[in-house]
Design a protein around this ligand. Sequence first.
Ligand code: NAP
Length: 293
Amino acid sequence: MQKSHPVFSPLIQGYWRMAEWGMTTQQQHTFLKQHVEMGITTVDHAPVYGPDSACERMFGEVLALDSRMRDQIEIVSKCGIYRGEGKTVNHYNSSKAAIIASVDESLSRINTDHLDVLLLHRPDLLMDADDAAEAFAELSAAGKVKHFGVSNFTPTQFELLQSRLDQPLVTNQVEINPVNLQVTEDGTLDQLQRMRVSPMAWSCLAGGRIFTENSEQMTRLRETLAQVMEEIGASSIDQVIFAWVMRLPAKPVPIIGSGNIERVHAAAGALDLSLTHEQWYRIWVASKGHGVA
Ligand code: NAP
């Protein structure tokens, strides 16, 4: 399938859990190819995914196996989280030096000469926006990063960084699912809708908890999702959840987290589904446990 989008595809595959999928490099290559055939061409990575950056490294082995694949996909990776061995404390660092060093390490692990999108993974309270902007300018001039964005930023943090940049931030990658409604309430999605910047939505299925947890909230949600599934002719409640996320007017782009290709197909089917206002709010009410005022 030809690329028809400027920065990222309408659904993204996330590779946070890649090291748990138990696939050989050949199987990972087939998995990636199946995504490209479905038009899911954007992949989401981070240096902190997998022990000792295993996920970026494993993905690099897939690209080494088939170098033509690089031109058919967009690679998102991140920077700024420092944790684990050798650290006295887990912390964030979005200084110019840290950003540039992190990108160089990601490029080497992934076996590529550029990232399509670089995100600052978490807001660093010590971020000097001018300093971060200098890193972006250098990486852009060197052709190492095409576009920049952020993740888990508040609207004011987003605006601060944007105010120092020549090019627009292309996304704020945030958690969006029917269990965690925070970004629908704290202005994050309002800002992105105003700026016509699509958020990337992480953990749309609440990390799988919607299917496995037996709390009152999850039980209510599963019952309502199953009813809506029947009404709209969806094939699974996963599909209904992806459709619920995409119904938001900020136009979130879901990041799938599944290593099961059948579930990826189901997620792609959600692009053809649409929820009415009433159906969307029934899921909201099931999450909250009360109606609107
Ligand atoms: P998710 O879709 O909420 O959760 C995926 C998990 O749910 C997988 O373990 C999957 O297992 C399981 N699952 C899916 N359907 C299921 C079903 N019907 N029954 C039981 N389990 C089911 O997504 P996520 O993995 O948490 O996050 C997606 C991506 O977002 C990550 O890979 C990463 O790229 C990104 N992310 C970003 C941040 C950030 O701070 N920027 C944070 C977290 C995640 P199977 O593999 O067996 O299907």
